[in-house]
Ligand binder design. Structure first.
Ligand code: DAH
Length: 341
């Protein structure tokens, strides 16, 4: 092929280039080792010296032209590619967002705490709180649980490094805190987290309690029975039977454990109540005079009753949940079942 033919071929191929691959092929065809232009240069050897100069210039001009074309076309193709990519990945930021956002639900334990609180508020109780890292003195000593007294073993304690402090094992120290800062009459509940070295399907090392305390000049065991019966029947939304069994707590005397007729089998006997027909749901009693005195209250003049309940147990019974861990794993599939709370 002579120069004119090569130029003609180039002119006819130029317009057909669509992709970087086409362009590379074009380069090979003309400027590659065996390309037409390279070939023309080789053939120069056979020409006469005058012709060689003249022809050499012309071939060179063609080569530069092709070079320039490849450069410009390459840039154009790159630009086009980028434009197409941007177009494909385009985000329309004017599109409206999701109008229905997934709404979380109240945690069943929060719901139960609120419900318990509401019932007691209706009976004239107010809400107190205390710290989870508590003074050993408030958690034990001032509740009539002296050091080395076996009653401390009833609650396997997590101690913290600082001497004299622990993770409270119950909400009862809020009784002490309240009595230290307030003159009776006192009528409070204290919901909150408590900690014990305990771990099985019905026990978690961290769980929730609600404490109750009433102190005034005339309160009686009968008053306590009434308050707790009203509470239990409101909470379980039925006329549950309630039973008081004599028991022992260091901070109350006399002490009682409170059972309700099993809400699962209505007292017939089932797995949950272990065939007894009864479920233990509360600890309660008349505040021990030692507790009142320790808090600087005249135990001759004032009397009180107190109670403590496990929120997790109440929630498990109300919603028929057989593993306490479900409350703390926060699996969305579990929590979703409580959207209406
Ligand atoms: N503090 C007790 C516990 O955690 C529960 C309890 C029992 C609290 C009797 C009381 C009470 O206030 O009077 O096991």
């Amino acid at each position: 092929m002579d120069l004119a033919q090569v130029r003609q071929l180039f002119e006819s191929l130029k317009g057909k280039i669509q992709t970087p691959r086409d362009l590379e092929k074009l380069r090979q065809t003309f400027l590659g080792k065996k390309g037409y232009v390279t070939q023309l240069f080789k053939e120069l050897r056979n020409a006469t010296p005058e012709k060689r100069r003249e022809l050499g210039k012309l071939i060179n001009a063609l080569r530069e032209e092709i070079d320039e074309f490849i450069k410009l076309k390459g840039e154009e193709l790159k630009r086009k590619e980028l434009e197409e990519k941007l177009k494909a990945e385009r985000l329309d930021i004017t599109l409206p967002g999701d109008t229905v956002l997934p709404i979380g639900s109240k945690h069943p334990l929060s719901a139960v705490i609120e419900e318990i609180t509401e019932i007691f508020k209706q009976m004239g109780f107010s809400v107190e709180t205390g710290p989870e890292v508590e003074k050993e003195e408030y958690n034990f000593d001032m509740l009539n649980i002296p050091k080395y007294h076996p009653a401390r073993d009833m609650q396997d304690t997590f101690y913290v490094n600082e001497k004299g402090y622990l993770l409270r094992t119950h909400t009862s120290p809020v009784q002490v805190r309240t009595l230290l800062k307030r003159e009776p009459p006192v009528q409070i509940i204290a919901p909150g987290r408590v900690y014990r070295r305990d771990d099985d399907p019905t026990h978690s090392p961290m769980f929730f309690q609600v404490e109750g305390l009433v102190v005034n000049e005339s309160v009686s065991f009968a008053n306590m029975v009434f308050v707790l019966k009203v509470f239990l029947r409101k909470f379980f939304e039925k006329d549950v039977s309630v039973r008081f069994r004599p028991s022992y707590f260091p901070f109350t005397e006399p002490s009682a454990e409170v059972d309700i007729g099993c809400v699962i089998c209505s007292g017939k006997g089932c797995r949950v109540c272990k065939g007894t027909g009864w479920l233990e749901v509360l600890g309660a009693g008349m505040v021990h005079p030692n507790v009142l005195s320790a808090c600087g209250i005249d135990a001759e003049k004032f009397r009180g009753f107190a109670f403590g309940l496990g929120v997790d147990r109440f929630a498990m019974l109300k919603y028929r949940i057989d593993n306490i861990k479900l409350f703390y794993e926060n699996d969305i599939r579990f929590l979703k079942q409580f959207v209406s709370l």
